[in-house]
Design a binder for this molecule. Structure first.
Ligand code: LRH
Length: 473
């Protein structure tokens, strides 16, 4: 058999990695090449992504890859959703891309000339205050000159693909997170764009997962010491799209729960669901790979536990890790709980204070130790998983049999077991690296190695090991 080696860059909100997938005709073996932290920077009171450093990590990752491997066949990049960069006529970034947790979008949604109901009927996307449409509206309102200066808009993965190939295109799955893409037509909604006063020229040609974004350019080949170029493939460039593509979904009644900074709970479907119920519960129809739709809900996620670890260690000058937090939560005999999607928890300065404020305002009293803050978060997350699972069942009319949990967060066994208990459903956990696997599978698709979704899922099944959590009372 001929081997294929695909390089997947997967950028999350807190860390990034470059992983190689080696395909032998049967299964994919993952080999980690490079890992780095993704730490936002505050500039003039605004939260931004460290673009220069992220780009350096891409180059360093490719250098390590080209040193370690004889050769590789392709590259694919996926990142978190909604964030973008504006470029000028010369194709240069004209700002540091904003972090979706930056507060400039606060209160902006009510200022738009289009009501959410209309947005939803056209785009099928749930309301999140940081959707690209609100970020862009806020940015042009604060800096009107940018409306004239900006020539192109690229989402984060598009931007990295552009750096590597020189081509400016927008990948479909990431574009769907903007709330500017027509859910039926899978193209920019020009009517919305016009009515918001956004220049039409900003929006690039849409390219779908499995197409080629471009070839790695000479400048980068030279930099990393390669003699033959390779294609940079348009994968499901939204990390959540790649994550869904990388799940060994058993059947159409299997829900998935992707556990990263966010928890994304949903179903893979073929046609969008846009109706009164889905609007009321604000479920998204994000674009998926190979003509699928990701019908899902964003729920806050590991971000809360990461913040708890950070803020607790800062406040009490400790060096606790996740295992300490999990143990403390297990030992806590109080039953505090939060609503993780409450606005208090989007960008808290201090998550313990936010949990306190929430618990006090809901007459639960005041948590006052690590275990109590932690259990409030675990209860809150898993109860919200259950609420949204019930919504998912009632909107789709499906009875969910079990839940596939994937992503870094499944290394937390307490989260997996509590999810099984609270939802009273079997949890099938794995793989941890589902976005990387999904990214690689679409590269193999573009290279002509696989041709259907079911073939892809069979390869994934052979490639991963899973862990089952049965509900316990
Ligand atoms: C998860 C994710 C999610 C988006 C959020 C901004 O990483 O991509 O799907 O809503 O980040």
């Amino acid at each position: 058999t001929k081997y294929r080696k695909c390089l997947a860059f997967d950028f999350g909100a807190s860390s990034g990695r470059l992983i190689a997938g080696v395909y032998d005709g049967e299964k994919v073996i993952l080999e980690e090449i490079y890992r780095f932290k993704n730490e936002p920077v505050t500039i003039n009171n605004h939260l931004h992504w460290n673009l220069e450093l992220l780009y350096k990590h891409i180059v360093s990752g490719l250098e390590v890859a080209s040193k370690n491997m004889v050769e590789f066949n392709s590259i694919g990049i996926d990142t978190w959703g909604v964030d973008y960069c504006l470029l000028n006529k010369e194709g240069q970034p004209i700002h540091w891309p904003f972090h979706y947790r930056d507060t400039r979008t606060e209160g902006i949604s009510s200022k738009l000339p289009i009501q959410f109901e209309e947005f939803y009927s056209k785009t099928g996307i749930q309301f999140l205050p940081f959707n690209t449409v609100y970020q862009l509206y806020a940015e042009f309102k604060n800096s009107p000159e940018l409306n004239r200066q900006a020539e192109h808009l690229l989402f984060m993965p598009d931007l990295f693909n552009y750096f590597l190939t020189g081509n400016k295109k927008t990948e479909y799955t990431i574009a769907s997170t903007s709330q500017l893409l027509n859910v039926e037509g899978k193209q920019w909604d020009c009517d919305i764009i016009k009515r918001l006063g956004f220049p039409k020229r900003l929006f690039q040609e849409i390219i779908f997962p499995g197409e080629i974004y471009g070839m790695l350019d000479k400048k980068h080949m030279r930099k990393i010491g390669m003699s033959n170029s390779v294609p940079v493939i348009s994968v499901g460039s939204h990390d959540t799209a790649s994550a869904v593509a990388g799940i060994p979904i058993e059947n159409e009644d299997s829900a998935y729960l992707i556990c990263g900074s966010w928890s994304l709970l949903g179903l893979e479907i073929q046609n969008p669901i846009v109706n009164e119920k889905s609007l009321k519960e604000s479920f998204s129809n994000e674009g998926g790979v190979l003509n699928s739709i990701r019908f899902l809900k964003n729920i806050n996620g590991m971000f809360l536990l990461q913040q708890l670890k950070k803020h607790y260690n800062e406040m009490f000058t400790r060096e606790l890790d996740f295992a300490d937090i999990i143990n403390a939560a297990k030992l806590s005999n109080k039953n505090f709980s939060i609503n993780p999607n409450h606005a208090l928890f989007l960008s808290p300065d201090n998550v313990m204070e936010a949990v306190d404020a929430y618990c006090i305002s809901t007459n639960q009293g005041k948590p006052d130790n690590l275990g109590e803050w932690a259990i409030a978060i675990y209860n809150g997350l898993t109860q919200e998983f259950n609420n949204q699972l019930l919504n998912l069942e009632s909107i789709t009319g499906k009875k969910i049999k079990h839940i596939h949990m994937v992503g870094g967060g499944i290394q937390d066994e307490l989260l997996c077991q509590m999810t099984a208990n609270v939802t009273n459903k079997k949890v099938i956990a794995g793989p941890v690296e589902s976005s990387v696997l999904g990214n690689i599978m679409i590269q193999l698709y573009a290279l002509g190695e696989v041709s259907t979704q079911s073939e892809i899922r069979q390869i994934i099944k052979k490639s991963v090991s899973l862990k089952v959590y049965e509900p316990q009372t």
